[in-house]
Design a protein around this ligand. Structure first.
Ligand code: FEO
Length: 395
């Protein structure tokens, strides 16, 4: 691939990872691949914003060389040091040893720890600092925990571009560059999935940052993953505001794992009861659905229903892993209940409640020995129905 012009003098020079299917270890299945976006600004001082993951240095360097002499880069901005963005830092440092590097103090310290490498010319950036690179003044916006403590954004008022690093990213590789060149529904699906799986825990910080960003003139958001936003900026801001506020709607996710099908039977009856009240419900068997897709749905769901069979006194391992991940989301204001079948003791429901006690309030659990009878399935239906009524009645 070559460098992509996104605005006069501004190029996307990052890498497309078409084949990646697991991001953050095994935590995020990325069925549409990943991009590691970097940007090059051709001004009096040629400026590189962020690098790429280790292994993609050649693509970055080739892309830069297609529009500029890499040895002439005078400014390198490190918005964030997570290895998906800083992996090529040592290589860039080798090729541009005299350039001036900018990032937060935490970024400098982190790069030293990761790579044992330090730029000769480095400035610790603080909130509100700016630098002039010719026609452009680049402003640095601190963005701690969006997505790591070192994170910041860079804003070019001249271009009206916000280089937002992880914020507004999507794990979505295509041969296109802009949001309006792909299917809108797919773009929004990936924007939501990314927020739910990467940024959900940081909603309060994101909400405050959005308020600050709304004062800027922004015609383009250039994130470090996925497509550049130019058409759907308002829609994306609105979605981010909603998610950051932990807003949710009358939807229920029934998430379960089953050994011999009894817990699955219960899940289906509960879902029927929920549907009877006109409340949207989706069943997710954690053994059959990618976790990021479930988490993405749950971002906007008011009701969480969790089921697990009990095995040797414990909930099943896939649902346990799922709850462990969900617990980190810091979701708020959710209503929930637990259910499941068991053979002799039935601890799973109580374990589910305990695991998620900080992010949801639980109604009484439903437990069934071995297989549900017709009467017990009716109780599942009624539990789903009553749960849906509460979901509808609560704001
Ligand atoms: Fe895309 Fe926090 O790294």
């Amino acid at each position: 691939m070559a460098a992509d012009l996104i605005k006069d003098g501004v190029y996307a020079v990052g890498a497309r990872d078409w084949d990646e299917r697991h991001f953050h270890g095994q935590t995020y299945v990325v069925k549409r691949g990943v991009t590691y976006n970097s940007y090059l600004i051709l001004d009096d001082k040629i400026t590189l914003i962020d690098t790429v993951r280790k292994g993609f240095e050649k693509e970055l360097i080739d892309n830069i060389k297609s529009v500029a002499d890499i040895s002439k880069i005078e400014t390198v901005i490190i918005n964030h040091i997570e290895p998906d963005h800083s992996g090529a830092f040592p290589e860039i440092l080798k090729l541009c040893p005299e350039a001036h590097y900018y990032g937060t103090k935490k970024a400098r310290e982190g790069l030293l720890k990761y790579y044992g490498a330090a730029a000769k010319n480095w400035t610790d950036v603080k909130a509100g600092c700016s630098i002039n690179i010719g026609k452009r003044t680049l402003e640095f916006i601190d963005a701690p925990m969006i997505h790591w403590p070192d994170s910041m954004f860079t804003y070019s008022a001249f271009d009206k571009i916000l280089f937002s690093n992880d914020a507004f990213g999507q794990h979505y590789t295509t041969d296109k560059v802009f949001d309006d060149e792909v299917d809108f529904a797919v773009f929004m699906e990936e924007l939501q999935k990314y927020y739910a799986n990467i940024l959900w825990p940081f909603g309060s910080l994101i909400g405050a940052k959005l308020a600050a960003l709304s004062k800027l003139e922004i015609e383009m958001i250039a994130p470090s993953h996925g497509l550049v936003l130019r058409k759907y900026i308002n829609e994306s801001f609105e979605k981010y505001s909603r998610w950051a506020a932990n807003a949710c709607s009358n939807k229920v996710a029934v998430v379960f794992e089953t050994m011999w099908g009894s817990t699955a039977l219960m899940a289906e009856k509960i879902a029927q009861g929920i549907t009877s009240q006109g409340v949207e419900v989706v069943l997710f068997d954690v053994a059959k659905t990618d976790r990021p897709d479930i988490i993405s749905y749950m971002l906007e769901a008011k009701g969480f229903v969790f089921g697990s069979s009990t095995h040797d006194g414990e909930m099943l391992p896939l649902i346990a892993g799922f709850l462990c991940f969900l617990k980190g989301s810091k979701a708020k204001g959710r209503r929930a209940f637990a259910f499941g079948s068991y053979g002799w003791s039935g601890e799973a429901a109580a374990q589910i409640e305990e695991t998620l006690s900080k992010i949801a309030s639980f109604d009484p659990a439903l437990k069934v020995v071995y297989a549900p009878t017709t009467e017990e399935l009716q109780k599942c239906y009624e539990a789903g129905r009553e749960f849906a009524k509460k979901i509808k009645s609560e704001r």
